[in-house]
Design a protein around this ligand. Structure first.
Ligand SMILES: *Cc1c(COP(=O)(O)O)cnc(C)c1O
Length: 383
C-alpha cells in the first residue's frame, strides 16, 4: 500500500543517494571541511539552475530561512512585518523572534494575500504560497520575502519560479512538504549582497574559506550557526531530482479529480492556476454543516483530505495571548495595542470552515488516480 502523504517521503530512495554515500565514505560531514565540492554546494548549484536564481543557501529549516531573510533586510527592532491571515504560525514566530512585529492582513477567496488591503509605503511583507497556490506578487514593496514552504516548484504566470521574485524565497524540507529530508530549509535570492549577509550570519558572522578556520572582518556582526549538514544536503539533492516528476503526478491527479467531480449546488471548486503546485482539489461548500457531513463520509471511506482552518492566525494563541519567552514580553511590549489585527476576519474564518482539500497522490499511476477519483465521486454522491 502506497502512503498518500507526505509526498517527499514517498520518493526517499537510498539507492539514488550517491552524494550521501560519498560523504560517508570520505568521513567528512561538515560542509566547509570537505576536500571535494561539498554536497551542500552541489545542492545550492542544482537549486540555482533549476529555479534560475543567482544564489541559494541551505540551512536548518524554513523558519530559520525566514529569520535569516528578515535579518538580511537590516530591520530596526519593533519594525512591522505584514503577513497573511491564513498561514502557518512559523511565519509569525520567525518575525517575532527577530524582534519584529507581525501585522495580519486578510486574504481573498483563494486564501491569497489581498494586496489592496495593505497600507501605503510598507517596507516588509511575507508572501505565503499556501498549499501550493501561487500568491500573486505585489508591486512596490522593498522587501517581499516569499514563504514557499508549501509550494516548491510553483511558477508565476510569467514562468518565474516562486521564491525568485522577491527579496528572498524560503523553502522547507520538513516531513510534510513537497520534498523532504525530515527537517531542512533553503533560501534563494537574486540579491548577492543579501546572500552574503545571510551566509555570514548563518555561520557565526564570519568569513569562510573552504577547509580553513573562520575569520572575522573589521565590520563583522554577530551571528548564529545554521550551517547545513552534508548528510541533509545529500538527501535533499536526491529529493530535488524528483521535483518535476512529483509536479507531473500532481497535475495529472488534479485533472482526473476535477473531471470526476461534476458540479453541484452544494459546493464550488476553487480552481487552481496553471502553474500552482496542485497538492489538492479545493472544494468550498455552501455551509460548514455540509462540509462536516462530507468529512464524515470521507472518514468512513478512509479517503484522505485536510482542512485549512488550522492556518487561521487571528485566533491563534500566539496572537490572542501575545506570550513571549522573555520576562518583559519582548517584542510584543514594543508594539502599540492596535497594530495586530486591522479589521474583522470573520469572512475568511467562515470560508475556511466551509473548505475541504481533497488530497492528490502524485506517486499513483494514472489508473490508480482514476480509481481514487471514482471513490471521491461516489462520496460526493452520498451527500
Ligand atoms: C512548514 C511551514 C513553515 C516552516 O517550515 P519548517 O521547515 O518546518 O521550519 C513555514 N511556513 C509555512 C507556510 C509552512 O507550511
Amino acid at each position: 500500500m502506497l502512503r498518500k502523504l507526505p509526498y517527499g517521503a514517498n520518493y526517499l530512495n537510498y539507492a539514488e543517494m550517491s552524494e550521501l554515500r560519498q560523504a560517508l565514505e570520505e568521513k567528512i560531514l561538515f560542509r566547509y571541511q570537505t576536500i571535494v565540492p561539498s554536497a551542500a554546494s552541489k545542492l545550492e548549484e542544482h537549486v540555482q539552475d533549476k529555479f534560475k536564481v543567482l544564489k541559494a543557501l541551505g540551512c536548518h529549516n524554513c523558519t530559520e530561512s525566514l529569520r535569516l531573510s528578515l535579518l538580511a533586510t537590516r530591520p530596526k527592532i519593533g519594525d512591522p512585518v505584514y503577513i497573511p491571515s491564513v498561514s502557518f504560525v512559523a511565519v509569525a514566530g520567525a518575525v517575532l523572534s527577530c524582534g519584529l512585529i507581525p501585522v495580519i492582513v486578510d486574504v481573498d477567496e483563494n486564501f491569497c494575500l489581498d494586496a489592496s488591503r495593505l497600507p501605503a509605503a510598507i517596507e516588509r511583507l511575507i508572501l505565503v504560497h499556501m498549499e501550493g497556490t501561487v500568491n500573486p506578487f505585489p508591486s512596490g514593496i522593498p522587501f517581499v520575502i516569499e514563504d514557499c514552504a508549501q509550494a516548491m516548484g510553483g511558477q508565476y504566470p510569467d514562468g518565474a519560479y516562486v521564491g525568485t521574485k522577491g527579496f528572498a524565497g524560503c523553502f522547507s524540507f520538513h516531513h510534510n512538504k513537497v520534498l523532504t529530508s525530515g527537517e531542512g530549509g533553503l533560501i534563494v535570492t537574486n540579491n548577492t549582497v543579501a546572500w552574503e549577509r545571510m551566509r555570514q550570519y548563518h555561520d557565526h558572522g564570519c568569513q569562510r574559506k573552504q577547509g580553513e578556520y573562520p575569520t572575522w572582518s573589521e565590520d563583522a556582526f554577530y551571528g548564529e550557526n545554521c550551517v547545513i549538514s552534508e548528510v541533509i544536503a545529500a538527501i535533499q539533492l536526491q529529493q530535488m531530482r524528483h521535483l518535476d516528476e512529483i509536479q507531473e503526478g500532481l497535475e495529472r491527479g488534479y485533472r482526473i479529480l476535477l473531471e470526476a467531480l461534476s458540479p453541484s449546488a452544494r459546493f464550488v471548486v476553487r480552481r487552481r492556476q496553471p502553474n500552482d503546485v496542485k497538492l489538492s482539489l479545493r472544494l468550498e461548500f455552501e455551509s460548514h454543516e455540509t462540509r462536516t457531513a462530507f468529512e464524515n463520509i470521507l472518514k468512513r471511506k478512509s479517503l484522505p483530505f485536510w482542512t485549512l482552518e488550522k492556518y487561521y492566525l487571528p485566533d491563534h494563541p500566539v496572537f490572542k495571548i501575545k506570550g513571549s519567552i522573555y520576562g518583559d514580553g519582548f517584542p510584543w511590549n514594543l508594539a502599540p495595542q492596535d497594530i495586530f489585527v486591522e479589521r474583522d476576519f470573520s469572512k475568511t474564518r467562515d470560508r475556511l470552515l466551509r473548505t475541504i482539500c481533497i488530497s492528490v497522490s502524485p506517486e499513483y499511476t494514472q489508473s490508480q488516480q482514476f480509481a481514487e477519483a471514482e471513490k471521491y465521486r461516489q462520496a460526493i454522491g452520498q451527500l
